[in-house]
Design a protein around this ligand. Structure first.
Ligand code: NDP
Ligand code: 2IT
Length: 448
């Protein structure tokens, strides 16, 4: 059995009932063959893969808060600090009922490679809670965030671990958490990113993940003699990443025609009405069914995957921007039969293992989330830089840096794929490039 297979089996045995974590580890380790296999003895002796797949530390804690009816509620809080070989831990906080140890670990593990690809000095972590923000009042959200931070603050810090947003955690939640951190520690530091613009947040952070997806997509298209302009695009989700993916798609001359949420999906042949989408999601915090009410020409399908879901629409490009494993083998087959040429992941691991293999085997250009959505965390790192020097950069300055970072990521993963004999396999390219930097730093720092 190869060293990589041994470690995959070890991860499965030691972490039972953690399918998302197993999936993420398998995807990375399977693609590291060209690096590891030729020097298996050396990597085995140094236990590099065991160290890379075991988190440095993981914290689980109780979050107790009072709802508007006076009842005490209890949730689980988590922070998985996976690897800080190249910089302080960095990664988002997810608030969603599906959060559990497996989801936290897969996200933290992926973050290690993603953060490495940004070229910036940030290690990998993830956290969150199984708290469901849907339908909660502002007061309930604040009480939850205060309670969550009253435990988390012990384990984070501007040079230790810097959390940020993710599903269910936006500017409002980061604001409440920052206020609590400041009160408890008496420190005004860049301990969280995605902060409001009046208290240390960076311009472009809100847009960064979605814009970054389009910047890397444009690089991919250019490298293949094509362009984003004029393309029809399917987007899933309707949160932070989906919204700014749609915005930049329009700016680059494409037509995004779908979006979705956990209750249904929209097909608007005229192109998604961005102003209406922002009004429904960012202002009203409502459901997508409201879109159809105001734009009767659009189709609304109740149920995220009903009638085939967003991936059944005939498009040139698919950009999954909602959640993990939302694009399965059946969806991949529909995309291929409809002539889709590229899938670029805005979300973390939205494509199943089988669907990824099928797309790649069908010559669909595929960029994994750890490369494609890295613009979010990269801009968070730029927020950290601005906080450290106590200055704020202009929108243009941050956006220009983001564009450069996304171009560099494309070049880096594409070069790594070529160098290791698998051109255009951007899954292998991203994993190999991410791995080489982190493992080199780990070795240089000795055993710990
Ligand atoms: P948001 O909370 O802003 O939006 C999430 C969107 O996905 C919503 O439309 C939500 O629908 C939908 N969704 C969430 N869970 C499910 C589910 N189980 N089934 C169906 N739909 C679901 O989150 P973000 O836009 O920030 O995050 C989206 C993805 O992008 C995640 O994978 C996240 O990890 C990743 N990401 C985010 C970054 C960021 O900067 N925010 C950076 C890099 C990656 P509903 O509103 O109905 O719940
Ligand atoms: O998945 C991610 O990269 C994020 N949710 C953003 C993390 C960050 O620290 O900005």
């Amino acid at each position: 059995m190869s060293y990589r297979e041994e470690v995959i089996n070890r991860v499965i045995t030691e972490n039972p009932r953690q399918p998302e974590f197993h999936q993420a580890v398998r995807e990375v380790l399977e693609s590291l063959g060209p690096v590891i296999d030729a020097h298996e003895d050396m990597y085995r002796r140094d236990a590099i893969l065991e160290r890379l797949t075991t988190p440095d530390r993981q914290i689980q804690f109780r979050v107790t808060w009072v709802d508007d009816t006076g009842h005490v509620r209890v949730n689980n809080g988590y922070r998985v600090q996976f690897n800080n070989a190249i910089g302080p831990y960095k990664g988002g906080l997810r608030l969603h009922p599906t959060v559990n140890r497996s989801v936290m670990r897969f996200l933290a593990f992926e973050q290690v490679f993603k953060n490495s690809l940004t070229g910036l000095p940030i290690g990998g972590a993830k956290g969150g809670s199984d708290f469901d923000p849907k339908g909660k009042s502002d007061r309930e959200i604040m009480l939850f965030c205060q309670s969550f931070m009253s435990e988390l603050y012990k384990y984070i810090g501007a040079d230790v671990d810097v959390p940020a947003g993710d599903i269910g955690t936006g500017a409002r939640e980061i604001g409440y958490m920052f206020g609590t951190y400041k009160r408890l520690t008496n420190l005004y530091t860049g301990v969280l990113t995605g902060k409001g613009l009046t208290f240390g947040g960076s311009l472009v952070r809100t847009e960064a993940t979605g814009y970054g997806v389009l910047y890397i997509l444009e690089e991919l298209m250019k490298a293949h003699g094509n362009s984003v302009e004029g393309k029809t695009i399917a987007v899933s989700g309707s949160g932070n990443v989906a919204t700014y993916t749609i915005e930049k798609a329009y700016q680059l001359g494409a037509k995004p025609v779908t979006c979705s949420d956990s209750t249904g999906w929209i097909y608007d042949p005229e192109g998604i009405d961005l102003a209406l989408l922002k009004e429904i999601k960012e202002v009203r915090r409502g459901r997508l069914s409201a879109y159809k009410a105001e734009k009767p020409s659009a189709e609304y399908h109740e149920g995220t995957y009903s009638n085939g879901g967003v991936w059944s629409v005939k498009v040139d490009i698919a950009l999954p921007c909602a959640t993990q494993n939302e694009l399965n083998l059946d969806a991949a087959k529909m995309l291929v039969s409809n002539g889709c040429i590229a899938v670029v992941e805005g979300a973390n691991m939205p494509t199943t293992f089988e669907a990824t293999k099928y797309l790649q085997g069908s010559n669909v250009l595929f960029i994994p989330g750890k490369a494609a959505n890295a613009g979010g965390v990269a801009t968070s790192a730029l927020e950290m830089s601005q906080n450290s020097e106590r200055l704020s950069w202009t929108f243009e300055e941050v956006d220009t840096r983001l564009q450069t970072i996304m171009k560099n990521i494309y070049a880096h993963i594409s070069d790594a794929a070529k160098e290791y004999g698998c051109p255009d396999d951007f899954v292998a390219g991203a994993n190999i490039a991410g791995f080489l930097k982190v493992s080199t730093a780990m070795k240089a720092q000795g055993l710990y």
